[in-house]
Structure formats: C-alpha cells, structure tokens
Design a protein around this ligand. Structure first.
Ligand code: C5P
Length: 237
C-alpha cells in the first residue's frame, strides 16, 4: 500500500493546550484559515472544552480528541459512541487489546478514527518494570503496534523517532501521528525526543501535533504557516 495522500494543510494538528474555551477560541480565530486541524486534550476538555469539538467541526475544522480512553470494554464503547457524535476525526485510546477492540467496534459506521497510544513517551524501561511489565519500551511498542493493526485500529500516536521503525512493521495502512515536533530554533520545553517537521514527515509521520511552539508564539499564525511551508513538497520541475 502507498503512503497516505493527505493534503499538506491537514498534516499539522495544533494542540489547544489552553486553560479555557475563551482562550482556545481566540487562538482558533488568530490562526484562521492557516490551520485545519486541532487537538483538544485533558486540560481543555475538562475545562468545558468538549462542546468546542462540535463547534469546530461545524466550521469545517477537523478535531483530534486526545482523551486516551482505557476502561472496561462496554464503558469504552459508550464513550467512543458519544465522541463520534461530536463530529471528531481522531480519538486516542491506550493500546490494550480489550480497549482497542471495543473502540474499533464502537466507531464502525462513523467518521471517527481510533488512534492507539502504544507506550507513553514519558516512560522508559525502568518505568515499565516498576509498573510490572516484563518487556522494555521498544519491544512493548512493537507488540502493541502489531496488536493494534490486527484489531483494525486506524492509527498510532508515537514519537517521531519511532515513526520509521513502526512504518516498517505496520506498512502504510495505519496513520502515524507524532507529537514532539520542534521547528528549528524553537524551545524544546519538556519534550526529550524531538524532530523538526520536515524530518518527522520524512521519517514516516502522517500528522504532526504541535502545541507550545505555535500557541505560545508571538505570532502563532506565522509559526503555523512556516511549519506548513517546511512540509510542503517542492513542485515537480
Ligand atoms: O507543546 P507540545 O508541542 O510539546 O505539545 C504536544 C502535544 O502532544 C501535547 O498536547 C501533549 O500532551 C501531546 N502528546 C505528547 N506526547 C505524547 C502524546 C501526546 O507530547 N506521547
């Protein structure tokens, strides 16, 4: 299967990691037509941000709901059905087989796509060991990626450093969504494994999640446009 034919503008997902809806809506207005895709995570969702998913979808924007669900299958399924009704495009779940199976079944017949988080990027081998796991990070990421593929999960969230090796395992059928992106010359913050936008796309990422470099910039629109310019393929001669 060939790499996904995704419009460049849809490849940048701006994380609305902001404390309230008012500030999130102001950021969306500031970014205007330059950004098509937004991510709403814990901070905004738990501050009354979920209705913004429908509002943005009604404006023609795509929304990634990053709630990393994990519960008994029935509870996951009912949650996925509710999120599907908001018009969201992506929803994250943790990559446990029961959870992924329930989520994939519940999103059938809707436009929602399920992304699995294999191993949180803040975990290293010793964190996994402390949590009772036998496998180290790279083996567990690989095992969970394979399980996700077998279960029909639509994509994976991974660090850009993992993208190339995961691409070899899962082929081009699943989407790879990568945070940890830093345009050259911007602050790294607490992200340890980072890549520039162009390198992440070259490594096999389909979508780049960028929050602080855009939303904390003096001119967020200019930063978003620069990222899009960096990942726009040159016109064929
Ligand atoms: O500000 P920054 O660009 O680092 O934000 C990246 C976004 O991606 C944040 O919303 C963060 O929660 C999310 N994320 C991440 N690493 C993961 C999964 C999600 O940074 N492994």
């Amino acid at each position: 299967m060939q790499p996904a034919n995704i419009p460049v503008k849809d490849r940048l997902i701006v994380g609305l990691d902001l404390p309230d809806v008012e500030r999130a809506e102001a950021m969306v207005a500031k970014l205007g037509d330059s950004v098509n895709f937004y991510k709403i995570g814990y901070q905004l969702a738990y501050a009354g941000g979920l209705p913004l998913v429908r509002k943005l979808a009604d404006q023609g924007k795509k929304v990634f709901v990053d709630l990393k669900l994990h519960d008994i299958g029935n509870t996951v399924a009912r949650g996925v059905e509710s999120i599907a009704r908001t018009g969201a495009t992506f929803l994250t779940v943790h990559a446990y087989p029961q959870t992924m199976k329930a989520a994939v079944e519940a999103r059938a017949g809707t436009d929602l796509k399920i992304l699995a988080v294999t191993v949180l990027t803040s975990y290293d081998d010793s964190d996994l060991h402390a949590a009772g796991y036998r496998l180290g990070v790279s083996d567990l990421v690989e095992a969970r990626a394979q399980q996700a593929q077998v279960l029909g999960v639509d994509g994976l969230v991974c660090s850009p450093e993992e993208a190339a090796s995961l691409r070899k395992i899962i082929g081009h059928q699943m989407r790879l969504v990568t945070p940890g992106i830093r345009p050259a010359g911007t602050a790294t913050g607490d992200q340890k494994r980072i890549m520039t936008p162009a390198r992440a796309i070259a490594a096999g990422s389909d979508y780049l999640v960028v929050a602080r470099p855009v939303i904390e910039a003096a001119d967020p629109k200019a930063v978003a446009e620069a990222i899009l310019a960096e990942i726009t393929p040159p016109l064929a001669a």
